[in-house]
Design a protein around this ligand. Structure first.
Ligand code: ADP
Length: 190
């Protein structure tokens, strides 16, 4: 089983690379951002609350995202593996994920971090905002998301480093080049 945490700042290309990895390894995609946006689209009680937090660029509570992830894992226990995209975003979420996986005898295989400088992610997110109209891709929210990433999310790297699972990858280049770099990290653990 291959269970990958795909990590990196907003706009680092996690969604794009996830699609390629899913196709190549037949993985189940678990994106907390997508799950939350689908709650917003359905105008559920959770979605209405989450939208306010997401529009500010802050993090939705650990309990909510952990609950969503647990349901998705338990609904796909017979899969080839999972790709976690945008999760875990706090050390508490990383600990909870280990626990949920351990309940069914599973574990994270590796964490791949896409390293992209701030100036580049800002440009990419502003462009995505223009193209897709995504509400949180505006300058004020982007700055806050990068701050939240630095303070609350980047400590998750140390969590996996301590487990010997941390694999940084250069996130600049063509989509294909970056994908090949990720595949070579996967080969190291497989
Ligand atoms: P990006 O990585 O491009 O910022 P995502 O689609 O992963 O975008 O997430 C968008 C927003 O959804 C985040 O800014 C946050 O408010 C919320 N969110 C997504 N995943 C999580 C998570 N694991 N924990 C808390 N909040 C989350």
């Amino acid at each position: 089983m291959l269970n990958i945490v795909l990590f990196g700042p907003p706009g680092s290309g996690k969604g794009t690379q996830s699609e390629k990895l899913i196709a190549a390894h037949k993985l189940v995609h678990l994106s907390t951002g997508d799950l939350l946006r689908s709650e917003i689209a359905q105008k559920s009680e959770l979605g209405i609350k989450a939208k306010i937090i997401m529009d500010r660029g802050e993090l939705v509570s650990d309990d909510i995202v952990i609950g969503m992830i647990r349901n998705k894992i338990n609904a796909n226990l017979d899969s080839n593996g999972f790709i976690f995209d945008g999760f875990p975003r706090t050390v508490a979420q990383a600990g909870a994920l280990d626990k949920v996986l351990a309940e069914t005898g599973k574990a994270i295989s590796l964490m791949v971090t896409l390293e992209v400088p701030d100036e580049e992610v800002i440009q990419r997110l502003l462009k995505r905002g223009e193209q897709t109209g995504r509400a949180d891709d505006n300058m004020a929210t982007i700055e806050n998301r990068l701050n939240v990433y630095l303070c609350q999310t980047s400590p998750v790297k140390d969590f996996y480093e301590k487990q010997g699972k941390y694999h940084p990858v250069q996130g600049l280049g063509t989509i294909e080049e970056i994908y090949e770099r990720i595949e070579s990290e996967i080969k190291k653990v497989g």
